[in-house]
Design a protein around this ligand. Structure first.
Ligand SMILES: Nc1ncnc2c1ncn2[C@@H]1O[C@H](COP(=O)(O)OP(=O)(O)OP(=O)(O)O)[C@@H](O)[C@H]1O
Ligand SMILES: [Mg+2]
Length: 174
């Protein structure tokens, strides 16, 4: 951990659901979120909540892209469509594989969420939100976040204080 890290403590799944929704509604085209954490730390679980917050109508369609390597979802909010790309880098062997997936185009066309990002970290844009998910109990998780530039800063700035209401109002926040 270093001094530019922002740390969030999740007490349970519900905290992750709320936090993920808050982040999701801040995503924009060009946002890149790199998720790093051991097996079962909650990367896919968090992506589901992020997708819900971004406006994916049915987050049940959000599943681990372990075999297909990348899933694409459409997030709709107030008439706008945001493309959401969900990559699993576990089986990627570096630059050529990431390029073959169309990574650059994804970053131009939408927001990109990457599980097992540590496998391709040096290939990702500097301006990304890098998140380490530390399991510290059966249900507790520590999210250690680092913003690598202005776009990533926007994702974290004010994260604790806004965006929650729309999700709460439709009763699906928890
Ligand atoms: N606070 C929490 N946040 C996220 N997941 C939690 C939390 N508490 C418990 N869990 C559980 O931990 C598990 C996380 O599984 P998940 O598939 O999301 O992990 P993953 O990091 O994507 O794993 P993999 O490395 O296999 O892709 C789920 O069963 C989830 O219900
Ligand atoms: Mg996963």
């Amino acid at each position: 951990m270093n001094e530019t890290d922002t740390v969030y403590e999740m007490r349970d799944l519900a905290d992750t659901a709320v936090w993920g929704r808050r982040l999701g509604c801040r995503l924009r085209t060009g946002s890149v979120v790199a998720l790093i954490g051991p097996l079962g730390s909650g990367k896919t679980t968090l992506v589901k909540s992020i997708a819900a917050g971004a406006g994916v109508a049915d987050p049940r369609e959000v599943n681990s892209p372990t075999f297909v390597l990348v899933n694409e979802y459409e997030a709709r909010r107030s008439g706008e469509v945001l493309h959401l790309y969900h990559i699993d880098a576990y089986r990627l062997r570096g630059h050529d594989d990431l390029e073959a997936l169309g990574f650059e185009e994804m970053c131009e066309r939408g927001a990109v969420l990457i599980e097992w990002a540590d496998r391709v970290l040096e290939l990702l844009p500097q301006d990304r939100l890098t998140m380490r998910l530390d399991p510290i109990g059966e249900y507790q998780r520590r999210f250690v976040c680092q913003a690598g530039g202005a776009r990533a800063d926007v994702l974290l700035n004010g994260l604790a204080s806004d965006c929650l209401r729309p999700a709460e109002e439709d009763g699906t926040a928890r």
